[in-house]
Unconditional design. Sequence first.
Length: 154
Amino acid sequence: MVETPVLLLRKSGGSAFWATGEREMTLRLILLIAAAGAAGAVGRYLLGGWTYRLLGDSFPYGTLAVNMLGCFLLGTVQQLGQQTDLLTQETRVAIAIGLLGALTTYSTFGYETFRLVEDGRWQPALANIAAHLLLGLFAIWLGITLVRAGMGGG
């Protein structure tokens, strides 16, 4: 057994947290995370590209779209994990770390915002920051709320 940080998705008491405990990283879990990560990376590429083709590249719409989808899905997965046994711990970790870790991108958000500032485009830069923060929180709330409503958990 090795000391490994593990993302714990608790059923009671709230949100996810990282903990260090005696956990053995199984090859199965690593492969699940890798496969989910591959799917998330491809999803990011396809959704981001589609969004830019649809809305243009005057604003980082593609990055905003993948990050908001990731927020919504993480809120949904978290709430499902807290309220039901529909997803195993292994599946939730693969989704949260693999799929959503590869789908979403804080670094691209930061880079695109920096480039807007560097180009003197302060209004779109501030709009990008506000959109990621406010829409991200809204997307997480929406995912949690939809699962609660669908499961009758208020």
